[in-house]
Design a protein around this ligand. Structure first.
Ligand SMILES: *[C@@H]1O[C@H](CO)[C@@H](O)[C@H](O)[C@H]1NC(C)=O
Length: 419
């Protein structure tokens, strides 16, 4: 440990001397945030809750921003974006760093930040039952040298990878490298800077309890006004689950566990009546996630659950989103990224791709429901919550059930088939 820190310091000093010789004035390591050993965290800090609040806040901010951009059909991995931007924040100049800390709700204490990063980096999974995989990369031009201190920090904390491509010398080759990293098309990839930021998240998992096998069938899908706008392949199951009603969202809620040990879950909000989604989204605060979690309760009766099967894929221009949040220097002022590399990384684009698939497969078969043992739903509330039929626009989030921080946030409004 001591030796590696020592090597590090030597490497850093060498780099600095070489840079100085070339006449490049960079002050690597002047940032407290890059100290390798940040000491013990203050004991009073509730890291878990701070991390949760940070992710919830960023998720809702991004969600509210992305939703009105298109057809209200999208998936966004705010979690992966949060990690990517945290890596950039750790090497940004003071002004940009403070802007990013504010946007990501990152505290000034570097030890607490590192604790957040540990929580964030341990949310992924690549097991036979659940795959939640994220790639986060800074692709830099050949000839751009990452600051070894920063590079080691972001690698150690699993925040970001640094990849080299001939951005200036051969843009088509660079564009290919980038497409291969993220399996995306990027119609408008701007390669005018020294680097490009990329991040992706892919979800594919088995429900803890499968949907009933034989009953996937084509069924109508409606808009908010209740008019049929196409159709989807519906999967159905009758089972007990956590349900609730959240007045602020005008929505019925349902939680369906994922994986052998319920490691993840999807929480769905289905707007009832003819309520317009737009004002509901505009009014969302990050506290809504905790309200939802507080409302969900195991149903007393089995619920008729009907959900479309689909794959949803979104590519987002994250640079524009961040510019709207007031983060502008990062893309235009080389000073902002001068602690990240020499010459400064100066990213010109930031693209995120997220892909999520829902199908009927599960770890366990659904239990045969003995209707008689439950009887008919007794109260009007039970009656209301005994059906969850997602044949109209709905929102949902993918959560890990240890921290209940949101990994992907989604809205589904566009049926698979036009009629
Ligand atoms: C996120 O946190 C900031 C700072 O606490 C707050 O002003 C903002 O309203 C929060 N955003 C949401 C969507 O709740």
């Amino acid at each position: 440990m001591r030796t590696s820190v020592f090597c590090f310091v030597v490497a850093f000093a060498l780099q600095y001397v070489l840079a100085a010789k070339r006449g490049i004035v960079t002050l690597y390591g002047s940032l407290d945030s890059l100290r390798i050993d940040s000491g013990p965290c203050p004991e009073y800090e509730n890291v878990f809750e701070g991390y949760q609040d940070a992710i919830h806040n960023f998720t809702i901010e991004v969600y509210k921003h992305v939703a009105p951009l298109g057809t209200y059909q999208f998936v966004v991995s705010s979690h992966s974006m949060w990690m990517t931007l945290a890596a950039i924040a750790e090497g940004a100049d003071h002004e940009t760093q403070q802007q990013l800390f504010k946007t990501l709700l990152l505290p000034d204490n570097p030890c607490i930040r590192q604790s957040y990063y540990q929580l964030a980096a341990s949310r992924f999974s690549l097991t036979p039952d659940v795959s939640v995989v994220s790639t986060r990369a800074l692709v830099i031009d050949e000839g751009v040298t990452p600051n070894p201190l920063w590079h080691s920090f972001v690698t150690k904390n699993s925040l970001l990878d640094v990849i080299t491509a001939p951005i200036k010398f051969n843009p088509p080759v660079a564009a290919n490298v980038i497409r291969q990293v993220v399996y995306a098309n990027f119609p408008r990839l701007n390669l005018r800077g020294n680097s490009v930021l990329l991040d992706t998240m892919d979800y594919n998992g088995l429900w803890n309890t499968a949907f009933a096998d034989a009953v996937v069938k084509r069924a109508p899908f409606h808009n908010i006004a209740g008019q049929r706008i196409g159709s989807v392949d519906m999967m159905t199951v009758k089972r007990r689950a956590k349900v609730g009603y959240v007045p602020k969202l005008q929505s019925k809620m349902l939680e369906l566990p994922i994986g052998t040990n319920n490691q993840y879950s999807i929480i769905i909000a289905l707007v009832v009546g003819n309520n317009d989604l737009r004002p509901i989204i505009r009014e969302m605060k990050s506290s809504i996630i905790k309200e939802v979690l507080g409302t969900l309760q195991e149903s007393r009766v089995p619920i008729d659950v009907t959900l479309p099967q689909f794959t949803i894929n979104s590519e987002l221009d994250a640079r524009t989103i961040l510019e709207d949040f007031g983060i502008k220097n990062l893309w235009t002022d080389p000073e902002a990224t001068r602690y990240i590399s020499t010459p400064p990384a100066l990213p010109s684009s930031y693209v995120q791709r997220s892909t999520l698939t829902l199908n009927k497969d599960g770890v366990n078969l659904p239990a045969v429901v003995e209707l008689r043992s439950f009887g008919p739903p007794s109260s009007p509330e039970d009656q209301f919550l005994s059906e969850f039929i997602a044949d109209r626009p709905f929102m949902f989030g993918l959560f890990d059930t240890e921290t209940y921080s949101c990994l992907m946030a989604t809205m589904y409004t566009q049926p698979t088939y036009p009629n």
